[in-house]
Design a protein around this ligand. Structure first.
Ligand SMILES: Nc1ncnc2c1ncn2[C@@H]1O[C@H](COP(=O)(O)OP(=O)(O)OP(=O)(O)O)[C@@H](O)[C@H]1O
Ligand SMILES: [Mg+2]
Length: 281
């Protein structure tokens, strides 16, 4: 008689969610939140149902970047996620003041993120994207251990110092057996809007080289562009602000590349008795 596999953690915590993906970086300020938000909306534009969990309880970005000023309501003893630009969203920024969010200790931070999974009515989704706090220290490690992740993507800028940190990110996920789908290079280059000159402010191509060296995929590159920053500050991700621009095409391409990688990985994953992918946390 074959033994019934135990229900995976993901099925218990997020029963209707197919894929849970962390957006991480070794270094702060490389554009994780910008990428997480635009990638989530790009995946939705590609036809997937998508949620975003802002797991950076120390410096939540989702409310500002998505232009959400409401508070979530409780429905049937669960919080209903807020919605913006076609995705469902939960952030500590909806619930407490920014100053309060800053003083959380590691276990409280993980507890809050866990509640964002267990106490929120996510429904059926193809993807939940997690925007992680920067770094690869104990706080981040505890956090990734408490989220049933199907995989992660690493955001980096192209210069050597950021890439060294990106490698640490890959190592952190390897320690907890979470596959890394690939690397996204942000702030890859800058095209001067007046003269068209291309400037590689933080060097160029490091993300692609690192991905090759580390045996992971290169999912794409995003240039430095003023409206990406402006969109982040005004609640309109670039994929919404300029839906037909080159920058939006880059995010849509990254979303497609990621989806392909996810499909490839999912074909080889162990399944439980109900056909669900087994993820141990
Ligand atoms: N490609 C880009 N072009 C222009 N501005 C960008 C780009 N990517 C990010 N920014 C801007 O850089 C700043 C930092 O980005 P963001 O907050 O996404 O980084 P982060 O890695 O999430 O930071 P933290 O480590 O603090 O969480 C923001 O003001 C954002 O709007
Ligand atoms: Mg951030």
């Amino acid at each position: 008689m074959t033994q019934q596999a135990p229900q995976s953690q993901q099925q218990a915590l997020l029963p209707g969610v197919k894929n849970t993906i962390a957006v991480a970086s070794g270094k702060g300020g490389v554009g994780k939140s910008t990428v997480a938000v635009n990638l989530a909306v790009a995946l939705a534009k590609e036809g997937h149902s998508v949620g975003l969990i802002d797991a950076d309880v120390y410096g939540p970005s989702a409310p500002l970047m998505l232009g959400i000023n409401e508070k979530p309501v409780v429905d049937n003893q669960k919080l209903r996620p807020l919605e913006a630009h076609g995705i469902k969203v939960m952030s500590i920024g909806f619930l407490v003041d920014e100053d309060q969010a800053m003083i959380w200790r590691g276990p409280m931070a993980s507890g809050a993120v866990r509640q964002f999974m267990s106490d929120v009515e996510w429904g059926d989704l193809d993807y939940i994207v997690f925007d992680l706090p920067p770094g690869t220290g104990d706080i981040q490690l505890t956090l990734v251990q408490s989220i049933p992740l199907t995989g992660a993507v690493i955001v980096t800028t192209p210069q050597d110092i950021a890439l060294t940190d990106a490698r640490k990110g890959l190592k952190m996920f390897a320690r907890v057996n979470v596959p890394v789908y690939g690397i996204i290079e942000n702030m890859s280059y800058f095209i001067c809007p007046s003269c068209g000159h291309r400037e590689e402010i933080f060097s160029y191509g490091g993300g692609k080289r690192s991905a090759e060296g580390l045996g992971t995929e290169f999912l794409g590159e995003i240039p430095l562009y003023t409206k990406i920053r402006e969109g982040g500050d005004t609640g309109k991700p670039i994929v919404v602000l300029e839906p037909d621009s080159e920058h939006t095409k880059k995010f849509l391409e990254i979303a497609r590349n990621l989806h392909e990688e996810v499909k490839k990985f999912n074909e080889t994953r162990p399944r439980d008795g109900g056909g669900n992918i087994v993820i141990d946390v």
